[in-house]
Design a protein around this ligand. Structure first.
Ligand SMILES: [Fe+2]
Ligand SMILES: [Fe+2]
Length: 454
C-alpha cells in the first residue's frame, strides 16, 4: 500500500503521517514537504513507482492542479484526495477532479482523526478492506452491567468500518439500555484504540468504567453482585459447564456469604472485596463453580464437600486487595519484584493469615482453613508457604488448586471456547502426579477431546 502525501505544514504532516500508518497494515507513506515544493512533489510522483493514493493538503496558493495532472498521467487509477481550509472552488483547475475517479474526494478542514480515518478508508475500499488496522477495541458487554459510568466514548459496531457512539465520555448509563443490546445478541461494545491504551484495558480490567457514586448503597451492591454472578455464569457456560452446576455453586455462595456477613472481620473483608468487584471477586466466584464441576465429575458432590470448597473459594484471597498480586501463584514470580518488601511479605503471608482468621470461626471447618492455607502449594512442590510435596496435600486442596489454575488460565483468554484444548493440555502437563492426576482425569471429562495426564 503506497500513499503519496504532500503537505507544506510540517506539524500537521507529521501527525497525519502517523495516523496514516495506523490505519492500514503495510502502509508506505512517501512525504513531500514545503522544502521540495510542488515541483519537487511532481518529480517525486514521476520518479517513484505508482501510488495507490495521492493526498494533498494545501492552501489555494499551491498549484494543486499540477500535482493532480501529474498523478493522472502516472496512474489514472490512483485516488486523489485534496484537503484544505479553503473551499474547493478556490483551487484553479480542480473543478471537475472528483468526477474523474469515484475515489477522488475533497475534504474541508478541520477534520477529526476519526473522520480522517473514515475518509481514507472510503477512498481505498474495498481493495484494502482486509488490511485495515482496527481503530476500536472490543470490550465484553457484560462488563458494562457491573458499572454505571463510562470515562470514554463507547460504541456499537454496525459493520467493519462503521461504529456508532452509544455512551458519551463521562456520562452515566442505565442498565436497561445495556440489556436491550444484550437482548439483540450484541456481545461486545467498542472503545477507541487510544482510550483502550490510555486506560490500559485488559480482558478483565476495565478501568474506564466506574460506579456513578463513590459509595454504593447496600441495595446497589447486591444488584451489582447479582449482575456479576449472571455475567460470570454466562461466560463459564460457554465452555461447557452446565447451568445446574453454576446455579448450585451460586446458591452455595449466597449461603456462605450470608453466614460470613454475621462475623465482624469477615464482613469487613468480604464487603471490601465485593465493593471493588475486580479480578479478586471474579476468580473467587468462578473457582467455586469449577470446584463444583470437578466434584461432579469425581462423583463426590455431596453437600458437605460443595460447601467446603465453595467456602474456601470465596474466602481464600480475602486479605488481598491488589488484583494484580492475586494473579501471582508462586513466591519466585518475577512480578513480585515490583512490590515493596512489606507488600511482598503481606502477599506471601496471606494463605497463613487468612487460614488463621478462619480457624477461629465456629461455622468454618478445619478442612476449609487447611485448603486456604494450601492454596498456593503446587504439584511441583515449589509453592508457599510450606513448599509441600504433592502427597502432603489433601484431596480437597488438590481439587481447589486445579480449579483455581483452570480459572486463572481461562481468565487470561476470556474463557474462549475455542482455546480449551490448550487449557487442558497445559493442565495435563502440570497435574500429572498423585491426587492431582485423579482430579484432572475426572475433570477432563468436561472437555472429552483433551489429553489426559500421562
Ligand atoms: Fe491467593
Ligand atoms: Fe486466588
Amino acid at each position: 500500500m503506497r500513499i503519496f502525501y504532500f503537505d507544506p505544514d510540517d506539524k500537521r504532516r507529521q501527525v497525519q503521517t502517523v495516523y496514516l500508518e495506523n490505519i492500514l497494515n503495510d502502509v508506505e507513506v512517501e512525504v513531500a514537504s514545503q522544502l521540495s515544493g510542488p515541483l519537487g512533489a511532481c518529480e517525486k510522483i514521476d520518479h517513484n513507482a505508482p501510488f495507490d493514493l495521492i493526498l494533498v493538503v494545501a492552501p489555494p496558493s499551491i498549484p494543486v492542479y499540477e500535482l493532480f495532472d501529474r498523478s493522472v498521467q502516472k496512474d489514472a487509477r490512483a485516488a486523489f484526495i485534496l484537503m484544505s481550509e479553503n473551499p474547493l472552488n478556490a483551487f484553479a483547475g480542480m473543478e471537475g477532479f472528483k468526477s474523474q475517479n469515484p475515489k477522488n474526494d475533497f475534504i474541508q478542514l478541520p477534520i477529526t482523526p476519526a473522520d480522517f480515518r473514515e475518509t481514507m478508508l472510503k477512498s481505498l475500499s474495498p481493495s484494502y478492506g482486509q488490511r485495515v488496522i482496527p481503530a476500536f477495541q472490543k470490550v465484553r458487554l457484560i462488563h458494562f452491567l457491573r458499572f454505571s459510568k463510562a470515562h470514554c466514548n463507547v460504541y456499537v459496531k454496525l459493520s467493519n468500518h462503521k461504529y456508532v457512539k452509544i455512551i458519551n465520555a463521562g456520562s452515566t448509563y442505565d442498565h436497561s439500555d445495556i440489556e436491550k443490546y444484550r437482548e439483540k445478541k450484541v456481545s461486545h461494545f467498542y472503545i477507541r484504540n487510544d482510550d483502550f491504551e490510555h486506560f490500559q484495558v485488559t480482558i478483565h480490567k476495565t478501568p474506564f468504567l466506574t460506579f456513578q457514586n463513590e459509595k454504593m448503597s447496600e441495595a446497589d451492591l447486591q444488584k451489582c453482585l447479582r449482575n456479576t454472578h449472571a455475567i460470570l455464569k454466562e461466560m463459564i457456560l460457554e465452555i461447557g459447564i452446565t447451568r445446574e452446576i453454576a446455579d448450585l455453586a451460586e446458591k452455595s455462595v449466597d449461603e456462605i456469604v450470608n453466614l460470613a456477613y454475621q462475623q465482624q472481620d469477615l464482613n469487613v473483608l468480604l464487603k471490601n472485596m465485593q465493593q471493588r468487584l475486580d479480578y479478586i471477586y471474579d476468580h473467587s466466584f468462578l473457582t467455586s463453580i469449577v470446584c463444583c464441576e470437578i466434584l461432579k465429575h469425581m462423583h463426590w458432590n455431596t453437600e458437605d464437600k460443595v460447601k467446603k470448597l465453595v467456602m474456601a473459594a470465596m474466602l481464600h484471597d480475602l486479605k488481598l486487595n491488589d488484583p494484580e498480586l492475586c494473579k501471582i501463584e508462586i513466591s519466585h514470580d518475577p512480578r513480585l519484584q515490583t512490590y515493596s518488601p512489606q507488600e511482598k511479605k503481606a502477599f506471601l503471608g496471606h494463605p497463613m493469615e487468612t487460614s488463621l482468621l478462619l480457624t477461629g470461626i465456629d461455622f468454618i471447618s478445619p478442612e476449609v482453613a487447611s485448603i486456604v492455607l494450601q492454596h498456593h502449594e503446587t504439584p511441583e512442590g515449589n509453592g508457599f508457604p510450606n513448599g509441600l510435596h504433592h502427597s502432603k496435600l489433601s484431596l480437597l486442596s488438590c481439587i481447589f488448586i486445579v480449579a483455581h489454575t483452570f480459572v486463572q488460565n481461562n481468565l487470561e483468554i476470556d474463557f474462549d471456547p475455542d482455546r480449551q484444548d490448550k487449557i487442558f493440555e497445559d493442565l495435563a502437563k502440570r497435574f500429572s502426579l498423585g491426587s492431582f492426576k485423579s482430579v484432572l482425569d475426572a475433570f477432563s471429562n468436561l472437555h472429552p477431546n483433551s489429553t489426559k495426564p500421562a
